[in-house]
Every structure is written in C-alpha cells, then in structure tokens.
Design a protein around this ligand. Structure first.
Ligand SMILES: [Zn+2]
Length: 159
C-alpha cells in the first residue's frame, strides 16, 4: 500500500540494534525519580524489541517494493522540532503525548508532530550553543532550525 500510494516514503531511522538490546533500568515515566521495576522493564524491552523487528521488516519490504523511493530520516530532534515553525526546543515536548511549541505556541499530539517532521524529512540540528568564552566550535548546520512554514512538496501527502 505504501509503495503503491506514495511517490516517496520516509521512515524515521531507528537504531534497531539499540532497541532490541537487553533492557536496562529505565526511568518510570509515571513516577519521576523512580525506575521501572525489573519485570516491567524487561517487558518494555521485549515489546520494544518486537516493535523494532516489525519496523525493520516493514522498512526492508517497502524498500524492495519502492526502490529508490524510500528515505531514512535521522531520528534526532524529530520529536522536539515544531512541525509548524521549525523551532527546536526540548521544552516544547511537554510529555510523552503533548507537544506545545515554545516559540509559536503550536499544539499537537507529540507523535503526530514527530511524524509530520519525518514525512517532511526534517530532524535538524539545533542552534549551536555559544560556549562561555571565545573559541567555541560552531557546528555546521545543514538547515536553519527556524524556518518559515514550507509549502508542501509535490507527491508528499501531509497527514
Ligand atoms: Zn512552533
């Protein structure tokens, strides 16, 4: 369906190896300062592994059925970039589910916001922080992190 329907398919580039690795103690999202209990952490790790394998298979199959029309978008910042204005700020990610842009006020489900960024091929690099004192290295930025809303590109359906 993806190969038939879309001219271009973009996947968030996930690190399958990391995702399928044995679960480590992870912070409990429901109780700040607490860690997930072993059973829950192991279950979460197992679920992540299953999801990652399914994702990897979907990515490979889509690549076979739509050769040259599948792109991988680096995952960093897709979840903290505002899909409306391009502003990158981890404080915009209010919770697992809620995204509220600290620059323009755009509000969206956090997963929906991230998927719009991935569909647009946008992860991006945040503005380099000015180091105290001189001589701070300035990272090259491929794209400006603050952009005007871009027109839809041909063939890419927004959702
Ligand atoms: Zn914004």
């Amino acid at each position: 369906m993806l190969a038939r329907t879309y001219d271009l398919v973009r996947f968030e580039k996930l690190n399958i190896k990391t995702m399928t690795a044995k679960a480590k103690a992870r912070p409990d999202p429901d109780q700040p300062g607490q860690y997930l209990k072993n059973g829950r952490a192991a279950k979460a790790g197992l679920n992540r592994g299953i999801l990652a394998q399914g994702w990897g298979l979907l990515r490979r199959r889509t690549g076979h059925k739509a050769p040259g029309r599948v792109e991988d978008v680096p995952a960093p910042y897709t979840s903290v970039r505002c899909s409306a204005c391009g502003w990158i700020d981890k404080n915009s990610r209010k919770s697992q589910a809620e995204f509220v842009c600290s620059s323009c006020g755009f509000t969206c489900n956090a997963d929906t916001n991230a998927s719009i960024n991935v569909a647009a091929g946008q992860g991006g690099i945040p503005r380099p922080r000015r180091a105290a004192g001189a001589g701070g290295a300035t990272m090259a930025t491929r794209r400006s992190s603050a952009r005007e809303p871009q027109p839809e590109q041909a063939g890419i359906r927004r959702f």
